[in-house]
Design a protein around this ligand. Structure first.
Ligand code: ATP
Length: 513
């Protein structure tokens, strides 16, 4: 397995080399934080989206799908709070001219203090062995106490400054903590300013009459404004959910870490509408369901953890993230939020239209509460690649890179490989390829040594390679090679389709949820 430090770099170059992800408009030197999915990337991305869609929409009798426009009436974003409050505080270093998120600089500083404490504890644990009393050490060691005090004080001061939108105070904290620009090493900082993350554009052909509209920063609002349309036309009874996937756009200040933080990305969101008072039960329900969806992929459970939010967004009554162990540490992969009736109530207010559900059992109308699950498709893609990427030493000492992707998600399900490019082996291979390609994404290749062809399939995560050799012509059998074990089995040609159907079946995975 590659070391964590360079794993991200390896994944980025692997993605480029094997047609998963290219920098956008690369011939013009790319566009920061925007990426294109190549021939294998698009298949993997479609398969992940399909897994989400089937698990949410098809496997739940009370969830329906939706596909709303990226452009929405500008009042939508007033009502949701994005026009006024979807901001990040930014700060520039005057020497390096680099821009940072002020809150991220402070949070990074706080985690460094946290790391110092943990190092101190780890050292003591080693020194004292089994007799080590961690709680006592944390509450008495002077260096730990001093750092903990520093950390608590900065956290409190920072939380208050953010709460009061006191940007001068945020800057002061950066100065007081002695935070330096990682590029120039200087403390020559500008003022802190709020920066709205929404991209705007204009509609209308005459610019004076044009109205400013926004590229949606989340897909959720398209669901809220259609809540009654779906409820009425779909004859839905509460509790029920509406799900959609689609592009979202955020003018992120610092967009690093490959497809983890992009300016154009895709979300998969589900809003679940419930009776007020039942939201905490549904919140727990969706927390558990969503974690199971992740675990069912079969990667180690230790890669995932919940992170409960202590400081809640203005609209939330409870919120947590499912974090994933990315190559750069545990980071948010998915958010689960109890959003109260904040969105629907505000849309009522701004539109002047009622967005209420008539509950036939109670014989009264109310604005439902909402529990949301929201995951980034691109982040999920990166999570899968991070967990699946392996460098292996084989028995003959040769090395291979293999993507250990769950077979039902793999871009190519089977590669059909005639051993030699002669003796009617290609014709037989083509015949098998044609018989499979309408059911599964398959690949046919007759050039190059068989070893190199296997390596290339391993590198894109193809679970099965079917090899046609001279024996095939004699007895109508082929070998089927499994990606992870590299074991080969001889099977009759007429069994190939059945074996592949069975082993890459998404239905079998969905049945486990
Ligand atoms: P972060 O704190 O990382 O900026 P967030 O809390 O703003 O994320 P949400 O608004 O809750 O994110 O969006 C839901 C999901 O959308 C996130 O869990 C993440 O998977 C995805 N997402 C958000 N912003 C981006 C982005 N810039 N690039 C890729 N995916 C993103």
């Amino acid at each position: 397995m590659a070391g964590n430090d360079d794993l991200l770099k390896k994944i980025i170059s692997h993605c480029k080399e094997y047609g998963f992800i290219f920098p956008s408009s690369e011939i013009y030197d790319g566009l920061s934080a925007v990426y294109d999915y190549g021939q294998n990337g698009v298949e993997l991305k479609n398969n992940i989206r399909n897994y989400w869609w089937k698990a949410m929409v098809q496997a739940n009798e009370n969830i329906r799908g939706l596909d709303t426009a990226i452009f929405m009436h500008p009042l939508t974003w007033k009502a949701s709070g994005h026009t006024d409050a979807f901001n990040d505080p930014l700060i520039d270093n005057k020497d390096s001219k680099k821009r940072y998120r002020a809150d991220v600089l402070i949070e990074d500083h706080l985690s460094k203090i946290g790391e110092k404490i943990e190092k101190e504890v780890a050292k003591a644990r080693e020194r004292f062995g089994p007799a080590f009393n961690e709680a006592q050490f944390r509450s008495t060691n002077p260096r730990v106490l001093e750092n903990q005090k520093k950390k608590d004080e900065i956290s409190t001061q920072f939380a208050a400054a953010m709460e009061q939108n006191n940007l001068a105070e945020v800057r002061q904290i950066i100065l007081d903590c002695g935070i330096v620009c990682p590029v120039s090493g200087s403390r020559n900082w500008t003022d802190v300013r709020q920066f709205n993350l929404m991209f705007s554009t204009r509609v209308g052909s005459v610019s004076e009459e044009a109205e400013t509209i926004y590229l949606r920063p989340e897909t959720a609002q398209g669901i809220f404004v259609n809540f009654l349309n779906v409820q009425k036309t779909g004859r839905m009874k509460i509790p029920f959910g509406i799900a959609q996937t689609g592009k979202a756009f955020r003018n992120e200040i610092v967009a690093r870490q490959f497809i983890f933080r992009m300016r154009e990305f895709e979300q998969m969101e589900m809003q679940f509408f419930v009776k007020p008072g039942t939201e905490m039960d549904w919140y727990s329900h969706w927390k558990e369901k969503r974690m199971k969806w992740h675990h069912t992929l079969g990667f180690p459970a230790a890669n995932y953890r919940f992170h409960d939010h202590i400081k809640l967004a203005h609209y939330a009554s409870a919120a947590c993230d499912i974090e994933f162990s990315f190559p750069f540490g545990f980071k948010e992969l998915e958010g689960i939020h109890s959003r109260t009736d904040f969105d629907l109530k505000n849309h009522e207010k701004f539109s002047g239209k009622k967005l209420q559900y008539f509950d036939p059992e109670l014989n009264e109308s109310y604005v439902p509460y909402v529990v949301e699950t929201s995951i980034g498709l691109d982040r999920m893609f990166l999570a899968i690649l991070s967990a699946a990427y392996r460098e292996e030493q084989m028995e003959d000492n040769a090395a291979r890179v293999v993507l250990n992707i769950p077979p039902f998600l793999s871009p190519v399900k089977a590669a059909i490989l005639p051993l030699l490019n002669k003796d009617r082996l290609p014709e037989k291979g083509m015949e098998i390829y044609r018989s499979l390609r309408l059911s599964h994404n398959c690949y046919y290749e007759e050039k190059d040594t068989i070893g190199r062809r296997y390596r290339r399939q391993d590198a894109i995560g193809t679970p099965y390679c079917i090899t046609i050799d001279h024996q095939t012509l004699a007895d109508d059998t082929v070998t089927i090679r499994e990606r992870d074990t590299m074991k080969q089995e001889r099977i009759p040609v007429n069994k190939v389709a059945g074996i592949i159907d069975e082993r890459v079946s998404i239905e079998k995975v969905l049945a486990l949820l």
